[in-house]
Design a protein around this ligand. Sequence first.
Ligand SMILES: *Cc1c(COP(=O)(O)O)cnc(C)c1O
Length: 430
Amino acid sequence: MTDTPSYGFDTLQIHAGARPDPATGARQVPIYQTTAYVFRDAEHAAALFNLQEVGYIYSRLTNPTVSALAERIATLEGGVGGVCCSSGHSAQIMALFPLMQPGDNIVVSTRLYGGTVTQFSQTIKRFGWSARFVDFDDLDAIRAAADDNTRAIFMESIANPGGYVGDIPAVAAVANDLQVPLIVDNTSATPWLCRPIEQGAHIVVHSTTKYLSGNGTSVGGAIVDSGNFDWTAAGKHRSMIEPEPAYHGLKFHETFGPMAYTFHGIAVGLRDLGMAMAPMNAFQTMLGIETLSLRMQRHVENAIRIAEWLEQDPRVEKVTYAGLPSSPYADRVKRLYPRGAGALFTFAVKGGYEACVKLVDAVEIFSHVANLGDTRSLIIHSASTTHRQLTTEQQVAAGAAPNMVRLSIGIEDADDLIRDLDQALDRATA
Ligand SMILES: *Cc1c(COP(=O)(O)O)cnc(C)c1O
């Protein structure tokens, strides 16, 4: 089908990017488990290598199953192009790679996935890049942190693990003033709860590992470009505007216009960094996306019920779910996340660190795992696991204080989940 934007989300989540297989008529997208593709002739091969013709060369660059997924995610996000890669973390490096040179920096929210805090505060330094962490509710702090070497602004829509919801339009306005793209990690919200590009973001990244794949089977990542950042006018991102020596001096923005960032992601990013997604993972992720809206509705419904139940429980100190009327972000949720604030939140247990550790051992339906966005309900004590590399100050800033437990609410019966938490809280706080 042609991906007309007038189709609704539920139609696009099943059909976008997928056509009956031209060779066999197979209705579901086949798993093209192949490394290479036969060229029609030498001229065809040369045109592909010169980027004069789009086609399949080698599966590190593109693969039909992976391309179908990239097109589906880009369509659901309202972008012009997408690139899939091996994990959410590779998506973040791949997203920054076309924008950064040694000495450049990014301004990022303090409220980020723990692994992203480590990647940005430690690992990217090895590339000569740096990240400046600020509170994104303070727009002046974002402006103050930026300088002539700032190349992007990075935030999460619904921020893991604290249940914080970002004000994308406000941050996008700052990004536009600074003439740098706003990159939004939309993993926890998914395009069903939030479409960052409609709210002014320029680039969206995903860990497809989570709600998109949905069943906890496949690690993956994706980058979607809105096509609406003017690289030439900004004049700051050399890979997008200057001659690329590896392609006979081709200038990406001049040559590919709104597709420049996407093509760079494939032709330079995947080619040279090699963080390709496996076709089997793309297939699994596409199956997951077919039911995304249905799952997200149930995730949100269950999350609201459980957060409300926890909030009134005397064994619980506080609940940070932005979907609660008592949340300081309740108005922002109504305005920017009208379908709900996701299914990921933390709560503080009376009894602190000790009680939290007992709680994760006492649950029966909830699984104690370092993951989120599964059909199954998940629990983790971030301070002793995913966020243990961080200082206590960083843990608190990231919403992962030592007395906080994070829940990723699944799509089981809410009553069963409440009963499970009830018995586990009894054992943890006895
Ligand atoms: C999981 C996650 C990542 C990292 O993704 P991987 O697929 O595990 O590499 C990045 N950002 C957010 C918000 C995540 O939840």
